[in-house]
Write a protein that binds this ligand. Structure first.
Ligand SMILES: [Zn+2]
Length: 155
């Protein structure tokens, strides 16, 4: 996922984030945002914390990056971004909350590949309005670990 490609920005840039829209928190025991039937700490949380090595497949990297958007883990997003496309920072929209991820298709992206794609729909609520982002993301290996390269937003 990239930054706010299709998401409207309706709040003025200088508006302070209301307390109710503070970054969502996840505990090791809470359900993982990525949708797998696992606790956050045993699923994407171990990759975010660096205690579980790196995601072994492009799909698991995609899931862990979605979860990182959900919990606003900027450092994980940046270190799993290909150097050639990595932004300087990840801007989290305080009015946007990610609510679900569906993986629709994958190509390659296993332990035996150097590239892979993941097509997914990510659902969100933005300032109270539900929406969805559908994207086909490209992944590659960088120094052995899967990283996000770029993606095409699809309908
Ligand atoms: Zn997960």
């Amino acid at each position: 996922m990239s930054r706010r490609k299709t998401r409207p920005r309706t709040a003025p840039r200088t508006a302070p984030a209301p307390a109710a829209l503070a970054a969502p928190s996840a505990t090791p025991d809470s359900p993982c945002p990525c949708g797998l039937d696992a606790a956050y700490g045993a699923c994407c949380g171990r990759f975010h914390a660096g205690t579980g090595g790196t995601a072994p497949t492009a799909e698991l990297l995609m899931r862990s990056r979605y979860s990182a958007f959900a919990v606003r883990d900027e450092s994980y997003l940046l270190r799993t971004w290909a150097p050639e496309t990595r932004p300087d920072e990840v801007g989290f929209d305080p009015g946007l909350r990610w609510t679900g991820l569906e993986i629709e298709a994958t190509t390659e992206g296993t332990a035996f590949h150097r590239h892979g794609t993941v097509t997914f729909t990510a659902r969100y609520v933005h300032d109270g309005e539900p929406g969805a982002l559908r994207e086909r993301s490209r992944f590659a290996r960088h120094e052995g670990a899967w990283v996000y390269v770029d993606g095409d937003v699809t309908e």
